[in-house]
Structures are given as structure tokens and as C-alpha cells.
Design a protein around this ligand. Structure first.
Ligand SMILES: [Zn+2]
Length: 393
């Protein structure tokens, strides 16, 4: 074997070991050897490197074993460093900080940002916080930043177009890299949303997430990778035409799905009929109101038309629907499923997101962790972070 091969195998083993330590939260060297199939000497050498790099720590809090010895368990060294996820939405910028173990520990929401000034405002707001946390999360500090854009981002991290900010063909990465002195990724919010769903809640190697906010986006993970298409624009599903002579869309076509099935449209219709309604919480009080049920039924009919198309194109195992009204709102899901009546439609499950409006920022932070660890998958499904007080604020 030449050294090229040896280095490749070493890197591959390291990746597998980190993935298993993350997935299992805490485990011994011998368990690690057993589940990865690697021999104990290989595990030992690799773990020694990871301990040296402060990526992994040893703990001895496990159950007592024979003769009273406690096994030494390995965990990711959560507080040795941190990552940041930033979601630039139409009305606010949501920023979440997570430890190397993916635990959200700080959240900021910037409102009233000015178009054209977003990058500078972000830098001004976050830089002092980074200085503070760089001192606390040592010795590694900040490992990366993931920025979620509600618009089209190409394969080179360039923002091609965002309808809310009217950004076109700009690159904010370089400025952020210079300011934060770390790796920065920019991606579409649907991609970061589906990634957050996979990492925090629904670990599957193939997963679909449809975001229903002001527009509609589709994030696809296929064999643990984003499906991006030729230039990176795949998943612009909101511009699937569902009414041949429908309303005019900003994309230049008529009758696009998001003109009928985005939550912006549902909110508008509900507020026209119930002007004092507070969304999304006020919906609970309307559950028996006939006008509400008629508006909802019309909306869900359109939502089901698009979903039917998505299901027929992809035959997905699981689709998660994410939006501020549908999140956690399971009655909607059964109503939608009742409308998916095609005999050839096939999928296993449709569910409402539990991550809420934090999904994109969490996905951005998790992407930065994935890059730092050099892994293919991150699985924090067993860590129960979604009840975190940080995310409730
Ligand atoms: Zn369109």
C-alpha cells in the first residue's frame, strides 16, 4: 500500500469514528471497535489523535462494570468550540450558536435591518459576541458559520437572487470570512432546513423538506448529500405551475404553486376574513369556524396538488412540511393525506416540522460542524435539544 492509500484509509476511519461518537453520544473504545468493525489498535491510535486535538474527551461516568472499574467513555468535547447559523429572512435575522455537540446555547434575533446594509449590520452585531465566546469555548473557538438565504444560491456560494432583499449576483461570503476569521457557507434555506431536520429530528439518509413561508422551497437530501441540480438551483418547487392561467408570479410565469400554497397566502386570506386574528396561535380558537374551515380547505387543496406532483416525481420516503402555521399542527397533515388520493402516489410518511422557525439557522450551524468534523453525516437525534429554552425565546 502506498502512503496515498494509507492516508486515505486513515481519513476514512477517522470520519467513521467521529460519526459514531456523535451518533452514540457517549461510548467506550471497545464498543466503538465493535460497531465500526475497526480493530482496537486502529481505534486507539485515532482516538489518541482526537483527544490530542481536543475534539474528543474521556469521561468515566458510565455504569460500574465488574470489579468496580468504571469504563472510560468517549464523547465529543462539546465546549471546546462552537458554530453559528444565521438565517436571513424577510423580517428578521435569526442567529443560533451551538456547541461542537450541536447544543444551542445562544440565540439572537436582529430586526429592523436595512437593505443594502445587512452584511455590515451582521458583522457589527455578531463580532462582539464572537469575541466573548471565543474566550469561553476553548481551545478550538469558532469552527464555522452557515448563512441561510431565502432565495437562489448557486454551487459557488454566490447569491443569485433573493426576492425579499432584491439581492442579485452578490457574494457576501468573502466579507464575512474576513470579519469572522472562519469558514463561511451560504446556502438556500430549504437546504439548511432539511439538513436540520435530518440532524436533529429525522435521521434518514434520504429526506425531503418543503418550506412553506413567503415562498415554497424544497430541500432534498439524497444519500446524505444535498441534491442541487446542475447549477445549484434544484428545489425551486414554488415555481411549479399548477394553474395554467393563474396569477402572475415574480419569476415571470403565471400560476406558480407558491401563489396558492405558501403560508403567506394562507395568512393573507385568514387576516382578510379575521382581521384581529393573531397568527399562528389564534388558529386554535377557530377550529370549528365554517369560514376558517373553507379557507383552510381551499388552501390544503392547492397544497395537495403540489405535493402530489412532488411525490410522483421523487417517490420520497418521508416529507416534512415546515412553516409557522403548519409546524406541530398535525390535524393539517391528516387533512392533506386525505386529499392525496392517487392510486400510484407512493410515500411512507408526511409530517409537520417540530423545529419551527429555527430550522434554517440550526441547519446552518450544523453544516459548519459537519465541515469542521469532515464527516458525511451528523446525527443528534438522541440528544433531545428541541426542548431547549434557548429555542423557545
Ligand atoms: Zn413563479
Amino acid at each position: 500500500m502506498d502512503t496515498g492509500d494509507a492516508n486515505y484509509i486513515k481519513k476514512l476511519n477517522r470520519k467513521i469514528l467521529i460519526e459514531e461518537i456523535i451518533r452514540n453520544k457517549s461510548l467506550s473504545r471497545s464498543t466503538l471497535a465493535r460497531i465500526t468493525g475497526l480493530n482496537k489498535a486502529t481505534v486507539s491510535v485515532q482516538i489518541s489523535d482526537l483527544l490530542h486535538e481536543n475534539i474528543v474527551i474521556e469521561k468515566s461516568e458510565g455504569e460500574l462494570v465488574t470489579r468496580g472499574r468504571k469504563p472510560i467513555l468517549l464523547e465529543i468535547n462539546g465546549d471546546a468550540g462552537y458554530s453559528i447559523g444565521i438565517d436571513i429572512d424577510a423580517d428578521n435575522i435569526n442567529i443560533i450558536f451551538t456547541t461542537l455537540m450541536g447544543k444551542p446555547f445562544h440565540k439572537m434575533v436582529l430586526k429592523d435591518y436595512q437593505l443594502g446594509q445587512i452584511t455590515n449590520q451582521l458583522i457589527d452585531a455578531i463580532s462582539p459576541i464572537i469575541n466573548k465566546f471565543n474566550r469561553l469555548y476553548q481551545p478550538i473557538g469558532l469552527v464555522g458559520v452557515g448563512v441561510s438565504i431565502h432565495g437562489i444560491v448557486n454551487n459557488k456560494n454566490d447569491i443569485i437572487f433573493t426576492p425579499n432583499q432584491q439581492w442579485s449576483n452578490i457574494n457576501i461570503t468573502e466579507k464575512l470570512i474576513e470579519a469572522f476569521q472562519t469558514t463561511v457557507f451560504v446556502d438556500n434555506n430549504a437546504n439548511f432546513s432539511v439538513f436540520a431536520e435530518q440532524v436533529y429530528e429525522n435521521y434518514l439518509s434520504d429526506l425531503f423538506c418543503i418550506t412553506l413561508h413567503s415562498g415554497i422551497g424544497l430541500g432534498i437530501i439524497s444519500e446524505n448529500k444535498f441534491y442541487r441540480g446542475y447549477q445549484g438551483f434544484a428545489g425551486e418547487i414554488g415555481h411549479m405551475i399548477i394553474e395554467s392561467d393563474g396569477g402572475i408570479c415574480a419569476c415571470g410565469n403565471k400560476g406558480c404553486w407558491e401563489l396558492y400554497a405558501s403560508e403567506k397566502v394562507l395568512s393573507k386570506k385568514l387576516l382578510e376574513r379575521f382581521p384581529t386574528l393573531s397568527l399562528p396561535d389564534g388558529i386554535k380558537d377557530l377550529s370549528q369556524d365554517e369560514d376558517y374551515l373553507a379557507i383552510l380547505d381551499d388552501y390544503l387543496n392547492y397544497l395537495a396538488i403540489g405535493l402530489n406532483n412532488v411525490i410522483n416525481i421523487f417517490n420520497p420516503e418521508k416529507i416534512i412540511l415546515s412553516g409557522s402555521i403548519i409546524n406541530g399542527n398535525s390535524p393539517y397533515i391528516s387533512k392533506i393525506q386525505d386529499k392525496l388520493t392517487s392510486k400510484i402516489n407512493n410515500y411512507r410518511e408526511i409530517s409537520a416540522s417540530k423545529l419551527g422557525p429555527d430550522a434554517s439557522a440550526l441547519g446552518g450551524a450544523a453544516s459548519a460542524l459537519k465541515n469542521f468534523f469532515g464527516v458525511t453525516m451528523i446525527n443528534f437525534n438522541d440528544y433531545n435539544y428541541l426542548d431547549s429554552d434557548i429555542l423557545k425565546t
